[in-house]
Ligand binder design. Structure first.
Ligand code: ZN
Length: 112
């Protein structure tokens, strides 16, 4: 092998290495993008379910409008008082009992 042939061989090795490097970079960028998209989706789902839990009761119905005020049931003043359709203004604790009661009455009415 003379010098010229060795130089040509080196160039081929170099080109091969560069192509491999380029492919590796493309694959890494692709994986990084996929990973970020996946993480983003996960965060979206998480925040959506968090929002849903904050705005919906355990039975899936939305909470009534809320404002700061005093609970008519227990008399405590709260930042979040639920204004129910049927009348009373209730804090979260009293409202949880109230809507479960209402749901039970509704279920019994539908049953008879
Ligand atoms: Zn209350």
């Amino acid at each position: 092998m003379n010098r010229r042939e060795m130089w040509t061989l080196d160039i081929y090795w170099l080109i091969g290495a560069l192509i491999l490097l380029a492919v590796a970079i493309v694959v890494l960028v692709f994986l990084w993008t996929v990973l970020r998209a996946w993480l983003w989706q996960k965060r979206q789902r998480h925040s959506q379910s968090k929002y849903y839990k904050q705005t919906h009761r355990a039975d899936g119905r939305p909470y009534p409008p809320v404002a700061a005020g005093i609970c008519e049931q227990c008399g405590r003043s709260r930042k979040k008082i639920y204004y129910t359709e049927s009348g009373p203004k209730l804090c979260l604790e009293c409202y949880e009992i109230f809507w479960r009661d209402e749901a039970m009455k509704e279920a019994m009415n539908n049953g008879s």
